[in-house]
Design a protein around this ligand. Sequence first.
Ligand SMILES: Nc1ncnc2c1ncn2[C@@H]1O[C@H](COP(=O)(O)OP(=O)(O)OP(=O)(O)O)[C@@H](O)[C@H]1O
Ligand SMILES: [Mg+2]
Length: 570
Amino acid sequence: MNQIAAGEVVDRPASALKELMENSLDAGAQSLAVDLLEGGVRRLKVVDDGAGIEKDDLALAVARFATSKIATLEDLERAATLGFRGEALASIGAVARLAIVSRRAGERHAWRIACEAGTVSNVEPAALASGTTVEVEDLYFNTPARRKFLKSEATEFARCDEAFARIALSRPAVAFSLSHNGRRTAHLPPEGLRARAARVIGEDFSSSAIDVRSESSRVRMEGLVAPPGFTRASRDAQFLYVNGRFVRDKVVAHAIREAYADVLHHDRHAAFVLFLEVDPTLVDVNVHPAKSEVRFRESSAMHQFVFHALSRALSATMEGAKGEKGPSYFSDSKSNPPSFSTQSSFAVSQPSGSYEALFSTAVADERRVASAPASEAPTLGFALAQLHGVYILAQNMAGLVLVDMHAAHERIVYEGLKDALEAASLPSQPLLTPIPMTATAEEVEQANEARAELGSLGFDVAAAGPRELVIRAVPALLADLDAQGLLRSVLGEMREFGASRVLIERRNELLSTMACHAAVRANRMLTVPEMNALLRQMEQTERAGSCNHGRPTWVQFPMADLDRLFLRGR
Ligand SMILES: Nc1ncnc2c1ncn2[C@@H]1O[C@H](COP(=O)(O)OP(=O)(O)OP(=O)(O)O)[C@@H](O)[C@H]1O
Ligand SMILES: [Mg+2]
């Protein structure tokens, strides 16, 4: 392994905060209080009850490449601590005013050292009951060029909040608190993972998440994953930890997506908190300055391990939820869509596999409808019944029509949204009673910054507090649905791709996400008149033959094919 290169450790307040919190955890702290001023730029303070630093080690703590945590290169290869480079405090001290006060058990009093723009003070007596308090003030005061790159106070705070959340989620047994500009924004008592996840990710995730636990000789995975039905518009609820450290990893991310492949909409994202414990010799944690990436020595074995562990966990829930559909469909994810019959003579005119044939038929039919005299029976016929809450059965001139009601409705809503946005902005419908919504600091910040863009989508949203939004108007086309969930998805997309990009380049994706929210869910009972209304709308909608994701929305079973099934007319 290469000796460590001094990277950009502190590129913004959030990364300094992360380093300080990791140091506290390495010192065995059971309680951490974080105090920020002005997004962490003005001040960042972490108070812990850890083991403390000895007087004689204080100067070393702020010296570059001095770490108490590892002594040899072999130690580095199996570092069990979050820190191992002895670089963080020195880097922070070089670009800010850093002060450390610490008291080890048994000492008569605490000691203090300061480091300002790289100049280290003497060690002096100080007052502190126990543990360590680290204060970082005026980040980049001596490097105005870098200071310029800092974002607004709210954005920097949001990043700090995110860094805080990642660490807090990884150690549920440790107490954490966070305050910003004198206001307490988080208070987390020691608790279990599920309870911690409820506070950090949300009650909805925590109450539906599935336990994952899997172990092989050299890898262990534990945590919580959302069931297939619970998905997010962005990756903001994806927490992966490798040996206790939050990381982003392509191999594991890919394995997770694969495990969800059949049950996750391609533009939706899974939610999870997963802890991978890997033999330290099998993973290189020293590939990124902020240690936020890792390299597995046997990446394909890792991929398989994660994929199988998750597949098992997910298929168990599908079995419970959907009975007959169960795990076989799921584990069979590489094969074609399940055929509705094993009878080889079942020659429907559009077998489910050949979507292309289906499209062209559907489009041809549409044209016919458009030019047909009003008296002619409608293409999709009239509804007879609903099958298992998923399909509409209808009868038309040719025979039986099966409609996937969710897919069909999604297409209708999507086309409606596209037309409206093309014409101008989406019409907005003010709400008689505005809807309050708890949000993350980041969402509040985003909603503020993207007011105009949200407005063109028909939303009127304002901040009602540091973690609260109020929705005053919603897109009129989507007025009667879960406004909070919809807004959260939209903010998610904006966060991931940028508000203006979302409206220009990714407009259709965004509308498609919105449409998906609006579309009738499977298992909702529709009355016959409602079903007929849906059929009529389909006939008037462009591209109604397939949903936004290219799946067919309806299939025709001609009488002749049905007859053949029963050997009629032979
Ligand atoms: N809150 C703390 N409590 C006890 N000791 C601390 C604390 N913070 C820092 N130290 C001591 O200061 C040393 C330097 O910390 P620093 O973060 O710079 O390096 P590191 O944690 O060893 O490695 P890395 O640069 O990878 O974080 C640590 O090795 C540790 O001995
Ligand atoms: Mg450290």
